[in-house]
Every structure is written in C-alpha cells, then in structure tokens.
Design a protein around this ligand. Structure first.
Ligand SMILES: Cc1ncc(COP(=O)(O)O)c(C=O)c1O
Length: 382
C-alpha cells in the first residue's frame, strides 16, 4: 500500500541534455531564424509522416490558418469543424473571414461523427477540418466517401506519429497541421508543421508563412545577386519557426517513436487496471488505428459514479494528481454560443464530452510508481 503523496503533472515535456546541446549550433552560428535547422526538422518530419512536403510554422493555430488559405477558403465560405476540439480549430476559420459550421462528435472516439457530416454540408461548404483528437485519427476514409468534394485539412495537433491503416496522420487529407506545444508528445516550446503531398499547396504555404515573399531569406542570403529583393504579390504573414526551435525539434522527433511506444504500453496497462471501475470508460481504439497517445482521456459515467466528474477531479488534485477535461466544446464557449446562437444541447456528443471527459496523466516523465499511485487513487473512489 503506497501512502506517500506524489505530485504528478498532467503532462511534462521530456527535454534535457540533448536538446540543450542541440541549441549550441544555431546560437554560436548566429543563424537563429528559419534556416538549416528548420529545414532538417522539416525533412525528418516529412520522412516520418510519409509526405512530400513538411513546412514548419510558429504553432498549429497558424498552421491551420495557412492551410485553409492555401485551400482557397475565403469570406462567405463554410468550413466544417467538430464541436469538441481546441478553440483554435474554429478560430482559424474565422481568421479567413469564413464561417465555422459545427458537426457533433462521436461520444466514444471524441472525433467528428461521420454520419453527422452530410446534413451540415451546403453549397458554401469548401473544406472540413477533421481533428485527430488526443492522437486518435478521425475516420478520414468515411469522410472522403461522404464528402469527396471538400478539401480536407487534418488538425493533427495531437497526432504526430499516429496512423490510420498504416497511413500516417498528415498524409490522409490535402494538408495536415501539427503542434509542438509542450503538452504534445514532442515539443519545441511553441511550434507547428504543415504537411502535404501537393506541390502547389506547399508553395503557397511557403510564401504565406514568410510575409508572402517570393523568395526566402535563406535563398536571398545565399544568392549571388545581393540587390534582389523578394516580390510580394499577396498579403502574407510572419508565421516562421526559429532555427532554435528547429534544432530542438530535430532531437525531439528522433525520440517520437520511443515516446509513443512507451505511452502505448502504459495506456494498455491503464486500460487493464481500470476496467474494473464501472463508472470509468477508458479510450477505445478500433482495429487499424495507431493511437499517438498525446493524452489518455477517460469518460466519467455519472449515472454510475459515486461522485460527479468535477468532484473526482478535485479529489485527485488533493492527492497530487493533475487531471483536465479532455478539451472544451467550442459551441459552448461564450463567443461562439453568442455569435451563432447555439445551445449546448445542439451538439449532445460534444456537450457530454465537455462535461464528462477526464484526461489522466500519461507522459514520458512518469514511472511505474506514478502509474500505480493513480490507479490506486481511482480505485479508492467508491
Ligand atoms: C486539436 C488542437 N488543434 C489546435 C491546437 C493549437 O495548437 P497550438 O497551441 O500549437 O497553436 C491544439 C492545441 O492544443 C489542439 O489540441
């Protein structure tokens, strides 16, 4: 019986000596904005996710913005987004002056419910953003069958290394977007990546991330004609990643598969240990899905539990165990609820996920005792 109180964070990035050493090169060379380290990171990321192009950006929110612009999403267009996701999936649509149209999620996978998509499509619908929530791929094959006319921008913020029938996240739609925020499996502090197999989309993302410039700073510095300045044919953005982040990203990405393997093993152990708790549902992973395990999100069935979800979270917090709701239902956030006059019950799957999901700690800085401590704490709730 373990009695000592532990402090276990919901997530802790696994950063250390190797990342520290990797920073030396850009720091001492003086090349700290997008340059050779970002290129190296992009090349590795493209290889790992089996895509032709990977373009690094400042974070996944800016990645989503650029991916939608590259797909031609403009004012008056509609873009389908799951109602249960991080707010920036929908915000990115608003940045394009387009309209996010919410689609309910499947309460078991927490991902967009394919059978709810057809009813949300209108003549204005241009694109869909399926989110691979918590690292589990959305059912892209079903989406392609239902809506072959739509551009698909994968929100793979949580899904580095995940796959669907051996096809990696980021290679499933027209473009894929990833996050390297510290709560993700691999981190560069802030950071993002856009993947695509389409040369034209890649070229458009490339210029938009760099002020809309027709040639990059790196090309300009290497070029033989110093008087040449880039041409600017469109309004672009400064959404570039720094070479400091790129250097850290290279080191982190090399550890991605080890991280996921460990998380997979721990997730299986959790599922086994927690299955005797009648009020707690652990993640369900269907055949053919390789989960990226960005987080381990359970569902509290309050009709069977002795306490409400929020009380359970407080109880665990008092024992030093951090938990979080999986994420939020965007249609229930004040801005979206007011702007589009939406009721929580309009998307019941998302509402339930909002109210009853509970992420428990799963990351690469935890040991056997941490996991056992969490299982014991959950079992003690009766
Ligand atoms: C599903 C989803 N989309 C987008 C984002 C935004 O990522 P970033 O913080 O890199 O902008 C997140 C971040 O948590 C996310 O979980």
């Amino acid at each position: 019986m373990m009695t000592d109180k532990r402090i276990i964070q919901i997530s802790t990035p696994d950063l250390g000596e190797e990342e520290w050493q990797a920073l030396r090169e850009p720091l001492f060379s003086g090349w700290v904005t997008q340059g050779p380290k970002v290129k190296e990171f992009e090349t590795l990321f493209a290889q790992r996710h089996q895509v032709k192009h990977a373009l690094a950006v400042s974070n996944c929110t800016t990645a989503l913005h650029l991916a939608l612009l590259a797909c031609g999403v403009r004012e008056g267009d509609e873009v389908l987004v799951p109602a249960f996701t991080w707010v920036s999936t929908a915000n990115a649509v608003l940045y394009c002056n387009a309209t996010p149209v919410f689609v309910d999620v499947d309460p078991i996978t927490f991902n967009i419910a394919p059978e709810k998509i057809a009813a949300a499509i209108t003549s204005k619908t241009k694109a869909i953003i399926p989110v691979h929530l918590f690292g589990l791929c959305a059912d892209i094959d079903a989406i392609k069958r239902i809506a072959p006319q739509l551009k698909i921008v994968e929100d793979g913020a949580c899904a580095a290394g995940a796959a669907l029938h051996n096809r990696p996240a980021g290679s499933l739609g027209d473009l894929g977007c990833f996050s390297f925020h510290p709560r993700k499996s691999v981190t560069t502090g802030e950071g993002g990546m856009i993947t695509t197999n389409d040369d034209a989309l890649a070229a458009e993302v490339d210029r938009l991330r760099n002020h809309g410039a027709s040639i990059s700073e790196e090309q300009r510095h290497k070029g033989p004609r110093p008087y040449i300045l880039p041409e600017f044919e469109v309004v672009g953005y400064n959404y570039r990643m720094t070479d400091l982040q790129g250097a850290v990203g290279v080191v982190q990405l090399k550890k991605l598969d080890r991280y996921i393997d460990e998380r997979q093993r721990r997730a299986e152990w959790y599922a086994e240990q927690l299955k005797s708790i009648p009020w707690l549902r652990t993640p369900v992973v269907a055949d053919g899905y390789k989960h990226g395990w960005q987080s381990f999100v359970t569902f509290v069935d309050e009709s069977k539990s002795p306490m409400k979800r929020n009380d359970i979270m407080e109880y665990l917090q008092q024992r030093g165990i951090s938990t979080r709701p999986g994420t939020h239902a965007v249609h229930m956030l004040q801005y979206y609820a007011n702007r589009y006059n939406i009721k929580p019950s309009d998307f019941p799957g998302a509402q339930a996920a909002n109210d009853f999901s509970m992420a428990i700690p799963l990351h690469n800085r935890m040991n056997d005792d941490d996991y056992a401590y969490i299982v014991n704490a959950l079992r003690s709730i009766s």
